[in-house]
Design a protein around this ligand. Sequence first.
Ligand code: HAM
Length: 415
Amino acid sequence: MDRLPGFRDFYPNPVPNGDVWSLDLRNHIFAQWRRVAKVYGFQEYDGPPVEPLDLYTTKSGQEIVGQLYNFTDKGGRDVSLRPEMTPTLARMVAAHERGYKKPIKWFSVPQVFRYERQQKGRLREHFQLNADIFGEIDPAADAELIALLIDTLRALGLSSEDFVIRLSSRQAWQGLLKSKDCEPDREYEFFQIIDKLERDSEESTASKLAAMGLSLDDVKSFIAAAEPTADLERILDGIKARHLSQFVTIDYSIIRGLAYYTGPVFEAFDRKGEFRAIAGGGRYDGLVTLITAGKTHLPGLGFGMGDVVLTELLKSRGLASVPAANPDVFVLIEEESLRTLSLSLIQQLRESGKQVEFSLTPAKGDKQFKRATELGARHVLRIEQGPEPQATVWLKNLKSRMEKRLALNDVINAL
Ligand code: HAM
């Protein structure tokens, strides 16, 4: 039976073919995501993978609602697999924000599900690093978050030649709409036109804009001017002070598809423009208010970075190989009479944190040795004679080829 379209099988290395994914590489990415998020002082949280359908239908906007993996559960509830983490997070923060000092800085690595048409960089499930800050309106928080985004990508070996953060602001566009006397309630409709600018034809964009009283030239010259708003200036200053300016550019063609963003927004792309967005995020100062029906107000901002495009990019840059976790030692059991004593030593070594391999069933000595080298073990050892406490051990470093004999009790120290 085949897996469902748009879902992935993750195998340990070496992966059998290009149709499946490497769990070693996924773990490597997750480890860097978590390490850098912690370096920036973010704490990890998690939430349910299934939520009430309403959480998304009112908050995320049409684009994501069309992609929901929703169903009626056995209790007759309308539910959905989470297509993103932000509504869950806003709900969780709103419920217990009083117990946490502000600003709240949290991260998570959820698997999310979207019923999208399967294509390059787009599947029906993916993992996302989500990093968000609540309770801070100062643009210093936006700069902090963008710096975190840059540093997670740098931690995976990518440089400013590989990726760029395109920084924009919904407020800047609101300024333009106001100056052109556009109806304020058509704002989201306008944002969706801008979001599709690079994918739609010029004719189609121009006619949609005309219906709103705008011309394609207005839009094009606004993007070309790339005049930063006061908030964006502050963000750029914060990025510059961290010596990260080469990673960020003002680009008003970025607007973000999700409905809840209110201020600065950004997306990370590969420099050559070969792939879809690596990450995207921005400020959503009204989402907690919306989720709590006006009871709690808490400004928020954050980003999501998916593993799919990121993995494609790492592969294309030769950064996808992950060092194998080789055994510290392979214990050869050539005499079955020494198996019990060998197992006791293996247990002690494992309790001391060493990665230990051995043959579970009787096997010829040369076969065991071959297996040790195949696994890339750093050492092999063999108990040579019993019984305790006089037993001696032969230990060989497979790299330096150095061999020695030592007492059973000295093995842990010798490794
Ligand atoms: P998003 O732009 O929808 O934002 O997704 C973030 C990233 O997830 C994208 O840049 C892309 O790398 C990846 N991604 C999205 N959809 C797919 C897919 N179908 N297959 C593979 N990868 C995908 C959000 O989800 C926001 N909730 C992010 C956020 C957090 N904003 C504030 N806080």
